[in-house]
Design a protein around this ligand. Structure first.
Ligand code: CP
Ligand code: NVA
Length: 327
């Protein structure tokens, strides 16, 4: 399928736009920069598949600080940096002094003397902002409680591959509205001019600041943001159906209570009958079959969740090369 990122949409953007920048949220970047990174990801994926090996990160090192569990983020970043010629260092906060109370400021300054980029997965979004403020090298968000931007970049790449375009589509999200995925999806959809509708139970709606900002950006890009408590409204006519776990990492104590509250927000065949006939289903994974999504949907013909997981690798290589490749 041909992709509809037209040169005029990325006009004027070059690798220099990104050199030394952090990647903390999708909002940090202009629409044209997001599209440029997606375009690069398409090229990088094609290169890998055709056996071309470039080493733009030769001699560079990425420190990877993890405060939470991970399968995809850890492996895709480690493999990605190696494929680009660089080296990863995995740092669990259980093992480094940060976990014993050394300050974020000191850790950021010390690591900046050794490595060329820092990936962080942590709880409070302020932690990564503070880290980035004191680091002299690019800091990449590998998930915080508030945002999961590299995942949403992979989601956009997957939608582009399967639908051939981004603007003009409708994404319907049903489930936990106040989580990292929803927030980054709101920002991502608005940036690329995709309509987005989020349905969650009362009291679990997205963050107001993120929602309002997404609405402004969407307006500039001639798309819409709808926040609702009705799953049917969110999925009606959707090209892309998305959900995520009902209890994100750090919410384990609420998991039982949420099962009841979120029951009417399950993505199942009945709900998906409201979507377009050729809808695709996305889930960042890990998924819990029988809870937020039925096996029939996630393992069915509309699901593209494994392409989505693979695309983490390709899009993150584009991000790392852009941020870390310049000097
Ligand atoms: N989707 C995602 O970030 O998965 P991991 O938690 O396994 O990294
Ligand atoms: N919202 C989920 C995403 C996992 C990749 C969580 O934070 O646990």
């Amino acid at each position: 399928m041909a992709y509809a990122i037209e040169t005029q949409q990325t006009y004027g953007v070059t690798a220099a736009n990104f050199t030394g920048q952090d990647f903390l949220t999708i909002s940090d970047f202009h629409s044209s920069e997001i599209l440029y990174l997606l375009e690069k990801a398409v090229e990088i994926k094609a290169e890998l598949k055709s056996g071309v090996r470039r080493k733009p990160l030769e001699g560079k090192v990425l420190a990877m600080i993890f405060d939470k569990a991970s399968t995809r983020t850890r492996v895709s970043f480690e493999v990605g940096v190696v494929q680009l010629g660089g080296d990863p260092i995995f740092l669990s906060t259980k093992d480094i002094q940060l976990g014993r109370g050394e300050s974020i400021e000191d850790t950021a300054k010390v690591l900046s003397g050794y490595v060329d980029g820092i990936l962080i997965r942590t709880f409070d979004h302020q932690t990564i902002e503070q880290f980035a403020a004191h680091a002299d090298v690019p800091v990449i968000n590998g998930l915080t409680d508030l945002h999961h931007p590299t995942q949403v970049m992979a989601d956009l790449l997957t939608i582009l591959e399967h639908k051939g375009k981004l603007s003009g589509l409708k994404l319907g999200y049903v489930g936990d509205g106040y989580n990292n995925m929803t927030h980054s999806l709101l920002e991502g959809a608005a940036k690329v001019g995709m309509d987005i509708a989020v349905a969650s139970p009362f009291g679990y709606e997205p963050d107001h600041w993120i929602r309002d900002h997404a609405k402004l950006v969407a307006k500039q890009n001639e798309s819409s943001v709808v926040i609702t408590n009705s799953p049917e409204e969110a999925i009606e006519g959707a090209d892309v159906v998305v959900t995520d776990t009902w209890a994100s990492m750090g919410m384990e104590e609420e998991a039982e209570k949420r099962l009841e509250i979120f029951k009417p927000y399950q993505v199942n065949a009945e709900l998906c009958s409201k979507a377009k006939n050729d809808f695709i289903f996305l889930h960042c994974l890990p998924a819990y079959r029988g809870k937020e999504v039925t096996a029939e949907i996630i393992d069915g013909p509309h699901s593209v969740v494994f392409d989505e997981a693979e695309n983490r690798l390709h899009v993150q290589k584009a991000i790392m090369e852009a941020l870390m490749g310049g000097k």
